[in-house]
Design a protein around this ligand. Structure first.
Ligand SMILES: C[S@@+](CC[C@H](N)C(=O)[O-])C[C@H]1O[C@@H](n2cnc3c(N)ncnc32)[C@H](O)[C@@H]1O
Length: 288
C-alpha cells in the first residue's frame, strides 16, 4: 500500500474510532480491508481508497472501522476481575444500607458479549445473597456486526471452552447442533447498544460499576485520558472501574486512582475505596 493511502486509513480510524494504526501494523490493512472491498464490489483496495478519498459514505466508513477492530474476548477473561467483582464490589454495595438495591453496570467495549454475560451469570449465582436487588447491564461497542453476534448469545465449542466453568455451561446454555446458546433469562439481563467511546456519554446515565477492558490499549494517550475522564462523569462518587491487565490510569489522569490491594480496579481518588485508614497518633501508640 502506498504511504499516502496508509495515511488515509490511519487518519480515518483515529478520527472516527480512536484506534491508532502504526506503520508496523500496515500489513493488517491488506488482510482486513480485502473482504470490505469485496463486499462493496470494488475490484481492489486501491479502487476503494479512491472512493474513500473522493466521497466516503457513512456505511463504508463503518465497515472499514469494523474490519479494523480487534474483538478478542472470552468468558471470565483473566478470572481475577470477576473474583474481585464477586468478593469486593458486590459486598461493598450490599453493605450500603441507605442505597437503593439497584446496580447499573456498563461493559464499555463489549465485543461478542462474553464479558457482560459472565457478569449476568455471576449475578444470577449471587442472587440468593442479594434478595430484592435489581441489575441493569448495558453492553456497548462500536461494531454493529459484533453487537448483532452478541445479542444472539450463540457461541462455538471453542468459545465456551475458553474460561467458562463447565457447571455454568450445563446450567445456563442449551446445545444447538455444534453451538451453545445462552438461556433467555441470562441473555435478557444484558442490553446491547451501539456506542462509540469517543462520543459524549451523558445520554447513557450513571453507572455504579464500569468494565472498560482491553480497548484503551488501542488508543493514544490523549484519547485514553479523554475517555477515562468522561467515564468518571458517568459514575457516582463511590463507583468502581475495571480496566484490562495492560491498562492503567497512572500518568494519564487523576480522575481515578488504583484501589489499594485490588488489581485492575480503580475508583475516584477521594472515594471511600481509595481513602487510606487514618494513621494512629503517636499518643495512641504510646498508650498501647
Ligand atoms: C479486544 S475487545 C475487548 C472486549 C472485552 N472488553 C474484553 O476485555 O474481553 C475491544 C472491543 O472494543 C471495541 N472498540 C474499539 N474502539 C471502540 C470505540 N471507539 N468505541 C467503542 N468500542 C470500541 C471493538 O469493537 C472491540 O469489540
Amino acid at each position: 500500500m502506498r504511504i499516502t493511502d496508509f495515511e488515509i486509513y490511519r487518519d480515518l480510524l483515529k478520527q472516527k474510532s480512536g484506534l491508532v494504526l502504526t506503520p508496523d501494523k500496515s500489513y493488517l490493512l491488506d488482510s482486513r480491508l480485502n473482504p470490505v472491498a469485496k463486499k462493496w464490489n470494488y475490484p481492489s483496495i486501491d479502487a476503494m481508497t479512491n472512493v474513500l478519498r473522493a466521497m466516503p459514505s457513512k456505511e463504508l466508513v463503518n465497515d472499514i472501522i469494523e474490519a479494523m477492530t480487534t474483538n478478542e474476548t472470552s468468558f471470565f477473561r483473566d478470572t481475577k476481575p470477576f473474583d474481585t467483582f464477586k468478593n469486593f464490589v458486590l459486598p461493598y454495595f450490599k453493605a450500603q444500607a441507605g442505597r437503593p438495591k439497584r446496580l447499573r453496570i456498563w461493559s464499555a467495549a463489549a465485543s461478542s458479549g462474553q464479558e457482560s454475560y459472565s457478569l449476568s451469570m455471576l449475578l444470577k449465582e449471587e442472587s440468593a445473597t442479594m434478595p430484592g436487588w435489581q441489575y441493569e447491564i448495558v453492553a456497548t461497542d462500536i461494531s454493529h456486526e459484533i453487537l448483532a453476534q452478541a445479542r444472539e448469545g450463540l457461541f462455538t465449542q471453542f468459545e465456551v471452552q475458553r474460561g467458562l466453568p463447565i457447571q455454568y455451561l450445563m446450567k445456563y446454555f442449551v446445545q444447538e447442533q455444534d453451538r451453545w446458546r445462552l438461556k433467555p433469562d441470562i441473555r435478557n439481563m444484558v442490553k446491547f447498544e451501539y456506542f462509540n467511546l469517543l462520543e459524549k456519554m451523558g445520554g447513557l446515565g450513571q453507572f455504579d460499576v464500569v468494565f472498560c477492558r482491553n480497548v484503551l490499549i488501542y488508543f493514544d494517550q490523549p484519547t485514553k485520558k479523554g475517555v477515562l475522564e468522561n467515564i468518571a462523569k458517568q459514575m457516582p462518587p463511590d463507583g468502581l472501574l475495571f480496566l484490562g491487565g495492560a491498562e492503567t490510569v497512572l500518568g494519564l489522569t487523576d480522575a481515578f486512582a488504583a484501589v489499594p490491594g485490588q488489581r485492575a480496579l480503580y475508583a475516584k481518588p477521594d472515594s471511600v475505596h481509595c481513602k487510606k485508614p487514618a494513621a494512629a497518633s503517636p499518643g495512641a501508640q504510646a498508650l498501647a
